[in-house]
Write a protein that binds this ligand. Structure first.
Ligand SMILES: [Zn+2]
Ligand SMILES: [Zn+2]
Length: 239
C-alpha cells in the first residue's frame, strides 16, 4: 500500500505556526497536496491533536497524533503515537517538564487551541517553544513506554538538530531513523556516521503554503497508525 506522507506539521498552537494553520485548514491543504498520511507535531504539546485527527478523517487522511519535543539539550525530536490517548498522556508528561516561561504573543505569536471546525478553544499562556526537562539520552525508551516512536527532526539543519548539538550520530541513542529537511544540503548524507541509516523527509510546515506536494511515500502493511509506526521502525526490505 503506497501512501504519501508528511509527518512533520505545525498548527496554530505552535508559537511560530501561522494562525491560518487551523486543524481544519491544515488537513484540507494536506488533502489538496495529495498526501495520504499526516502527523501533527506541534512544539512540546499535543493540544491540537484531537482536532487535527478529526479534521483529517473528514478530509480522507490517515492521521497520527504527535509532537516535536525539544529536549534538555535543545534537540528537536519527532514523537508519533498510535492513538490520541497515548499521545495526550505523553503530552501531559511533557507539560510537567516544560519551563514556566510565559509566552509573549507579540514576540513569538499566539498559541491557539482549536476544534476541528475552526472554533477557538483557548490560548496557551506558557511558551511552548522552550526545552522540556527530558534528555535526548532517554527519549527513545520514554516515548516507547507511551506506545510511540521517536526520531530526531531535521538532522541536516544547523540549529535544534541532533547533529548540530551533539556533533555526530550516536547509534546508542536508539533512534531507528532520522528526519531530513526538504532542503538537505547536497553531500550531507555522505557523512560516514550516517552510513546505513534510514531517512524520511518532513516539510516542517508552519504556514499553509509550506505544505509540500506529495513526493515522499511509504508502504505500510495496513492503513493504520500502528502500521505506519511499524513501517517507520523496521528496515525496508529490498530484494
Ligand atoms: Zn524543529
Ligand atoms: Zn517543526
Amino acid at each position: 500500500m503506497k501512501l504519501f506522507y508528511d509527518l512533520h506539521l505545525h498548527s496554530c498552537l505552535s508559537p511560530c505556526g501561522d494562525e491560518d494553520m487551523t486543524p481544519a485548514n491544515l488537513t484540507a491543504m494536506c488533502a489538496l497536496a495529495g498526501l495520504n498520511v499526516v502527523a501533527l507535531t506541534d512544539h512540546n504539546t499535543t493540544g491540537n491533536c484531537a482536532a487535527f485527527c478529526k479534521a483529517a478523517e473528514r478530509n480522507g487522511l490517515l492521521a497520527l497524533p504527535g509532537m516535536e519535543l525539544c529536549t534538555r539539550e535543545e534537540v528537536h525530536v519527532i514523537c508519533l503515537f498510535p492513538s490520541l490517548l497515548s499521545a495526550e498522556r505523553f503530552g501531559a508528561y511533557v507539560s510537567r517538564r516544560l519551563s514556566p516561561i510565559p509566552n509573549n504573543p507579540d514576540l513569538f505569536g499566539r498559541q491557539i487551541y482549536m476544534d476541528d471546525m475552526d472554533g477557538i478553544l483557548g490560548e496557551e499562556s506558557r511558551l511552548l517553544a522552550g526545552c522540556a526537562d527530558i534528555s535526548v539520552d532517554h527519549v527513545c525508551a520514554l516515548v516507547s513506554s507511551f506506545g510511540g516512536l521517536a526520531y530526531p527532526a531535521h538532522i541536516d539543519r544547523p540549529s535544534f538538530s541532533l547533529i548540530a548539538t551533539l556533533g555526530f550520530w550516536n547509534p546508542d541513542l536508539g533512534f531507528p531513523l532520522a528526519e531530513l529537511s526538504r532542503h538537505c544540503p547536497p553531500g550531507f548524507l555522505h557523512r560516514p556516521d550516517l552510513h546505513g541509516l534510514r531517512f524520511i523527509t518532513g516539510s516542517d510546515a508552519h504556514y499553509l503554503d509550506q505544505v509540500a506536494d506529495a513526493a515522499h511515500w511509504m508502504e505500510p502493511p495496513d492503513r493504520t497508525p500502528a502500521a505506519v509506526l511499524h513501517w517507520l521502525s523496521k528496515p525496508v526490505q529490498t530484494s
